[in-house]
Design a protein around this ligand. Structure first.
Ligand code: SF4
Length: 288
């Protein structure tokens, strides 16, 4: 089994077999992102992926979940991804769920019929990085996507039946655009109602363009307190009945978990408590 470069996966896929169908991220341009910077983007040959799967099957045939890495497996041609999913279906009978990262751009480039075929062949869950619901911030961070792109992609996901897990980032607009980040992200989540919402906290990484903006004074990083105030504003305004909300990533200053909308008041009360006591997670314990 071969892994290339740094392999990233969502925390909830910790027990899954990770298989790299691509190496790196096809977009690789987001100014805050530190991932996949050392690897040129490559789509791996089907034969090489299958060789890895055959090797792992020999020793661990009982995996129940498979996560297809790296950054955006849906960039693969539909027929190639279908071939891989069929191989998994035929050779890993215990697998109950296959998932992958997906960009809204890749989802939108595929027709509903293509996406339906992928779903029917076993790809049931997609992890999608919205990052923000604010078009100005999405432009600033060079995400290459807009609010409308997310609406279109999520509409297709809903039509097909994909489970969706969305990542958003508090602090991405800095101290200047914190309010629009909170409000427009809340609006986007309210309109799209994902199954899972994962709220990460902005961190600056030295090898990123955003870090250079920070050094040049073009981007002001909010304090822990300001980040929680932004998070609070998001929660006050989001309306996404039934979405599982998690803010328990290593990057967060406070660990939160609940279901929207019923746990909203409890989540806000937890933030208020941390703001009052100022017992934020220490910087050394934060990661991304
Ligand atoms: S945030 Fe996602 S889409 Fe953007 S560069 Fe990083 S891995 Fe690629």
């Amino acid at each position: 089994m071969n892994y290339y470069g740094n392999v990233f996966r969502p925390p909830s896929e910790a027990r899954s077999l990770i298989i790299q169908a691509t190496i790196g991220c096809a977009h690789n341009d987001c100014t805050f992102c530190y991932m996949y910077k050392d690897e040129p983007f490559i789509i791996r040959k089907y034969e090489d992926i299958v060789k890895d799967l055959e090797e792992i099957r020999e020793y661990f045939p009982r995996f129940e979940r498979i996560f297809i890495a790296d950054g955006d497996a849906l960039v693969l041609k539909t027929e190639d991804l279908l071939k891989l999913l069929k191989y998994i279906k035929d050779n890993f009978p215990n697998v109950k769920r296959v998932s992958s990262y997906a960009t809204a751009g890749d989802i939108n480039r595929k027709s509903v019929e293509e996406l339906q075929k992928l779903y029917d062949m076993g790809l049931e869950m997609l992890y999608i990085g919205f990052e923000s619901g604010d078009d100005e911030i999405l432009r600033d961070i060079k995400k290459g996507l807009t609010y409308q792109d997310y609406l279109d992609a999520m509409e297709k996901c809903r039509e097909v039946g994909f489970e969706t897990s969305i990542t958003i980032i508090v602090g991405l607009g800095g101290t200047e655009k914190w309010r629009q980040n909170a409000l427009n992200t809340a609006k986007l989540i309210s309109e799209t109602k994902p199954d899972y919402v994962s709220y990460l906290t902005m961190r600056l990484y030295q090898n990123t363009p955003l870090y250079r903006d920070y050094e040049e004074g073009k981007f002001q990083m909010p304090s822990a307190e300001e980040l929680l105030v932004e998070m609070r504003l998001f929660l006050e305004n989001v309306d996404s009945e039934g979405s599982v909300f998690r803010s328990n990533h290593a990057s967060n200053y406070v660990s939160l978990g609940g279901t929207l909308n019923k746990d909203r008041e409890m989540l806000i009360a937890q933030i208020d408590d941390v703001l009052k006591k100022k017992n934020f997670k220490p910087e050394v314990l934060r990661g991304f």
